[in-house]
Write a protein that binds this ligand. Sequence first.
Ligand code: PLP
Length: 442
Amino acid sequence: MDAPQLHIAFSDILLQKPGFGALLMVMNEQAPIQVAGRHGASSVSSIELKPSERSTRIRYAIRDIMLLAEQAKAAGKELVRLNIGDPILYDFQTPRHIIEATYRAMLAGHNGYAPSLGVEEAVEAIRREANSRGVRNIQEIFVTSGVSEGIEVSMAALLDPGDNMLIPAPGYPLYEATLAKLGCMPVYYHLDEANAWQPDVGEMAKLVNSRTRGIVVMNPNNPTGAICRKELLKEILNLAARHGLVAVSDEIYDKLLFDESEYVPLASLAPDQPVVTFNGLSKAYLVPGFRTGWGILSGHEQEVAAYREAIAKMLRVRLCSNQPSQFAVRPALEGDQSHIALMVEKLKKRRDLAMSLLTSIPNVSCFTPQAAFYAFPRLEISRTDQEFVADLIRQTGVIVVPGSGFGQQPGTKHFRMVFLPPEETLRKAIGRISDFARNWNQ
Ligand SMILES: Cc1ncc(COP(=O)(O)O)c(C=O)c1O
């Protein structure tokens, strides 16, 4: 989707004072834009604001498709949202103790700016949990506005324009978007669908070049729901060590595991290597709207010292993340965890239902997710997955995301859906997908 162009008639600018430029705040659909116009430019009737080159490279398929959904809604379709990984949209409720801790923090006056790295109580709870999971040599813990801000901060502190990072395809598109924002390049390593979506570390090694600064691992993965095997994590760490790369491990789904799958935090396997681990409250703790996440920088003290300071600097200029919700971190990590077991039990039933319904559709196959709440069904169709999804949304109102929005092996086609909704909603939605797929002119 191209960024909208903004047209401003200079004759519309009132309150211009002779000798001064006019400064106008114009609100378009997306963001406030400042427009500077020179007084007296009577021959110019309009200007067209050109957005930055880097903004044109930014895509976020998960929300970009909402435009189509709005059209479907306007045409009278009942929308079923299977596109966004927000459990609060469905029948999962935030545990009371997490809300109460935040409320108490506000009543106690924790409503000002927080320390840039995060409030001590939250940082220490994150440290205790990381230690208990075998993460050693922690050099910094920083609380951010969701993992999303942590990704941006840690990349901005590491990369110069023209640098690159290895990122998985398929993978969560924010990494690619953040690289684009920074004038850096994504280098995709493909996960192998025929091998339970595992990486091929031999292929990854061939992709490293002189501008590569890091390797991103999403474990468990969004959109595939796969967990990376321990021996492959070790090989990835060896590769990173050989080339002096930072390993970045996004572990936001690490508590939503099915089938007693073995799960190992990447940093626990390499205490002396630079690793940034991300996690947060958005998924298993059911408060994505709190925007509370964190990064943990671990590794050899001297080796990461300069990077650590660069991260701290980036954090200082953005002041801090939301203070009251940081007081939810300790109660979340150290308080009652029973909601997680209930959530996993519900999700597992929904996953099993979704798998059995999806795989009975002709030309659809699907790896059974081992974690998180996404399925990434494969389509055997001749047209593109964007066309499939666009027609699906228009004709049925069921919103899923094209696989191309996450990166995939060229020639393969997928879509991503969440299996968060209750069973009757899943039955209805996948029933509509099935009827559509059987009749779609591919
Ligand atoms: C792998 C992954 N990382 C990060 C995020 C964003 O997390 P946050 O809400 O903490 O910014 C998501 C959200 O879906 C995700 O899937």
